[in-house]
Design a protein around this ligand. Structure first.
Ligand code: NAP
Length: 291
């Protein structure tokens, strides 16, 4: 029977048994996560006996969940909203990135010692794929994603202007990273953006603007071939910002690439193996864009 064959194939590729290693994601909510399909396809592709699950963990149960990682010998976790900041205090060691950003999105359990990483930083670096030393960057947004992006840019030697709707938060971020390099901050409005872009090499949107088709005021007229424009918004794939940037000849980086590379880096931390990027990218693109 067709159905039975499909099930057999699935079980063969998954080969879950008493030695299967467990990884997964915790968040609240978590049902929207694309990580289970992305990682499980990668494990199956490489024939690794791992399984990736998703657990919806209420904030009041975070401590229990982390004790469960030790108790059950879970190999690793991805951590998503709202636990990324609070979980850091429950771990044994943090990577430099996690420490500096103040957020953990990946945990690795090494002999009951829980190590915390922030793979958004490396995910951003790999997605951008550009030497940024000496370049001038403008980052829109000072939330969780903005923190990781500004850290990646400044620690790699770029200068950075952070523009945020709530100016105070941009200033806080500036204070956090000012020891690392040249960071300044201001309010996110059309005139500040135009001014900042007049001398910029890189523009990163780390706000949700564009998800609903919003056009970012102040970019029109300021985009050109000299710019690299990255939008962290990955749905739609081509936001109004990216469309405009493409039309003006800028180099464009789509947001799903950061999702891919942060996942690939988590995969490498847990398994010690190179992530099968093509397989993971295919799953992501199918789930996000139906292609
Ligand atoms: P967050 O922590 O909630 O921060 C949101 C940021 O956007 C804040 O700086 C906020 O400003 C600003 N913002 C929100 N609405 C705005 C508006 N209408 N106009 C101007 N600014 C606005 O969220 P996040 O985790 O940083 O995520 C930001 C975006 O990046 C989301 O769309 C998310 O899906 C995307 N993201 C993508 C990836 C990827 O891998 N591609 C990874 C992480 C996040 P205030 O401080 O004034 O509130």
């Amino acid at each position: 029977m067709k159905m039975k064959r499909a099930m057999d194939t699935d079980l063969r590729t998954r080969s879950i048994d008493a030695t299967t290693k467990i990884v997964g994601v915790i968040g609240y909510p978590v049902a929207h996560s694309l990580s289970p399909q992305m990682h499980n396809s990668a494990f199956a592709h490489l024939g690794l006996n791992y399984v990736y699950l998703a657990w919806e963990v209420e904030p009041s149960k975070l401590e229990w969940a982390i004790e469960g990682v030790r108790g059950l010998g879970i190999v690793g976790l991805n951590v998503t909203i709202p636990h990324k900041e609070r979980v850091a205090r429950l771990l044994d060691e943090l990577s430099e990135e996690a420490e500096m950003v103040g957020a953990v999105n990946t945990i690795h359990n090494v002999d009951d010692k829980l190590l915390g990483y922030n793979t958004d930083v490396e995910g951003f670096r790999r997605a951008l794929g550009e030497e940024v030393r000496g370049k001038r960057a403008v980052v829109l947004g000072a939330g969780g994603a903005g923190k990781a992006v500004v850290y990646a840019l400044v620690s790699d030697g770029a200068s950075c202007i952070i523009l945020n709707r709530t100016e105070g938060k941009a200033k806080e971020l500036m204070q956090r990273y000012k020891e690392l390099g040249d960071v300044s901050a201001g309010e996110f409005n059309a005139s500040n953006l135009r001014k900042a872009l007049s001398e910029a090499d890189i523009l990163v949107n780390a706000t949700p603007l564009g998800m609903k088709g919003e056009v970012i005021e102040g970019v029109e007229g300021a985009l050109g071939e000299h710019l690299i424009v990255m939008d962290l918004v990955y749905n739609p794939r081509e936001t109004p910002l990216l469309r405009l940037a493409r039309e003006r000849g800028a180099r464009v980086v789509e947001g799903w690439k950061m999702l891919l590379y942060q996942g690939a880096f988590s995969f490498e931390i847990w398994t010690g193996k190179k992530a099968p990027l093509e397989v993971m990218a295919k799953v992501l693109q199918k789930k996000l864009y139906g292609i």
